[in-house]
Ligand binder design. Structure first.
Ligand SMILES: CC(C)(COP(=O)(O)OP(=O)(O)OC[C@H]1O[C@@H](n2cnc3c(N)ncnc32)[C@H](O)[C@@H]1OP(=O)(O)O)[C@@H](O)C(=O)NCCC(=O)NCCS
Length: 149
């Protein structure tokens, strides 16, 4: 895992546009890079295989985006990326990582559950989709105190 740079945006965007039904734009990634967000990529043998963007807010962090290249999915890379982010969060004294995910995004929800994220709420009609609107599931991983689940 390493920090994402401006030179990575092209490769990250190429993955994003294939794997995300509602992809971030180039500008979204550039804004993330120029902010205090944690932007990371996993590069293997010269290819970027996954990436993630996390927004730290005081002692909490929000996972804003995570993607794994289509031909590399279901090989544990998403979980490896999340574990790396959790380690980073512990090292930086974070109390909690949270995220919002489309209720229809079964693969991501399964990944988050498997990694130990718990559902903490729902925002009704939060996202636009082809049918109109869909709910956002709120999930959190507590890094201190009581264990998750
Ligand atoms: C969600 C995503 C990051 C998962 O990455 P991945 O590398 O394929 O996931 P992993 O191989 O680490 O999977 C870990 C576990 O998550 C669950 N999971 C992952 N993909 C799944 C799928 N398509 N269907 C059901 N469960 C799935 C499984 O429990 C899996 O463990 P298993 O393979 O032993 O059954 C990937 O599908 C992706 O990039 N999706 C598009 C982008 C996206 O939706 N991002 C999240 C919102 S920003």
């Amino acid at each position: 895992m390493r920090d994402m740079t401006a030179d990575d945006v092209e490769a990250v965007l190429a993955i994003e546009q294939i794997v995300q039904p509602y992809p971030w734009t180039r500008g979204n990634f550039e804004d993330a890079l120029s902010s205090a967000y944690r932007c990371v990529v996993d590069e293997r043998e010269g290819d970027i295989v996954s990436y993630a963007i996390v927004m730290p807010v005081l002692d909490e962090a929000e996972l804003l985006n995570i993607g794994v290249a289509a031909n590399r999915q279901r090989k544990g890379l998403g979980q490896t990326m999340l574990q790396d982010l959790l380690s980073w969060a512990v090292t930086h004294g974070m109390q909690r990582i949270f995220l919002e995910v489309r209720a229809s995004n079964a693969p991501a929800i399964a990944l988050y559950r498997k990694t130990g994220f718990a559902e903490i709420g729902m925002r009704r009609g939060y996202y636009h989709n082809a049918q109109g609107r869909e709910d956002a599931l709120l999930m959190a991983y507590v890094l201190t105190g009581e264990a998750n689940g």
